[in-house]
Design a protein around this ligand. Structure first.
Ligand SMILES: *Cc1c(COP(=O)(O)O)cnc(C)c1O
Length: 216
């Protein structure tokens, strides 16, 4: 078995049954995704719009494509027709544009609200106040299906800080859940370096790239 297939099997076996693996395939060739697909992987995460559009046309139609990068509003239209879940929605303008494109297509688009919990200023995401404000106005986004939250921990060796930040994501998720309702049940957190802590702290979608496909 190839390294890619080994790793897919490894994570699928490690995760509790309520946790799904998002195989992060950004910058990797289509052949690598085909190998993961052959091992049973169906959820792939991509960061760049053009790359996602290209790969999606070349691969099987039962793949669930997740957009996990920073999405600019002017690019929403390119992925709106086929994207299964947009993880990192972190601005009101992008949220409005997703609703607008979904209306044009007469569909619902599923999204996660990105929370800013890391210590780095450079990381994207809403504050607690901002997501509560969005929740109070959720009716104005009638074609957006709010499915949960996404968060990234600080880039640090400090495991206790990472854990604290994931706990913060989970805390805000619990505040929002009663406001958004029963479809609001996903927490996207954890990557190759911190997935174990993320799973312990309630992640349901773990985004693993380099540990499956090799370094970029
Ligand atoms: C690249 C990326 C990942 C995967 O990171 P690895 O460390 O390679 O597992 C996960 N989430 C986001 C948002 C990314 O950009």
């Amino acid at each position: 078995m190839s390294h890619i297939q080994d790793q897919i099997k490894f994570y699928t076996n490690q995760f509790p049954s309520h946790v799904k693996l998002v195989a992060v395939s950004k910058t990797k060739p289509v052949q690598d995704l085909q190998e993961a697909y052959a091992a049973g992987q169906r959820i792939f995460g991509e960061n760049y719009v053009q790359e996602l559009v290209d790969k999606h046309t070349q691969l099987p139609t039962d793949i669930e494509w997740h957009f996990i990068g920073n999405l600019q509003s002017n690019k929403v239209k390119y992925i709106a027709p086929f994207v299964a879940l947009i993880h990192g929605v972190n601005s009101i303008s992008t949220l409005k544009e997703i609703d607008k494109q979904a209306k044009k297509l007469n569909k619902q688009i599923e999204i996660l609200l990105q929370l800013h919990v890391a210590t780095e200023e450079s990381k994207f995401g809403f504050s607690e106040e901002e997501v509560l404000e969005i929740a109070s106005q959720k009716e104005s986004y009638s074609n957006v299906n709010f499915r949960g939250v996404m968060g990234m921990a600080s880039f640090t060796e400090d495991q206790s800080l990472i854990r604290k930040e994931f706990q913060e994501v989970n805390r805000i998720f619990s505040l929002l859940k009663p406001l958004f309702g029963e479809n609001f049940n996903e927490i996207s957190m954890g990557m190759s370096g911190d997935w174990e802590i993320a799973v312990e702290e309630g992640s349901t979608l773990v985004r693993i790239g380099s540990a499956i496909f090799g370094s970029r």
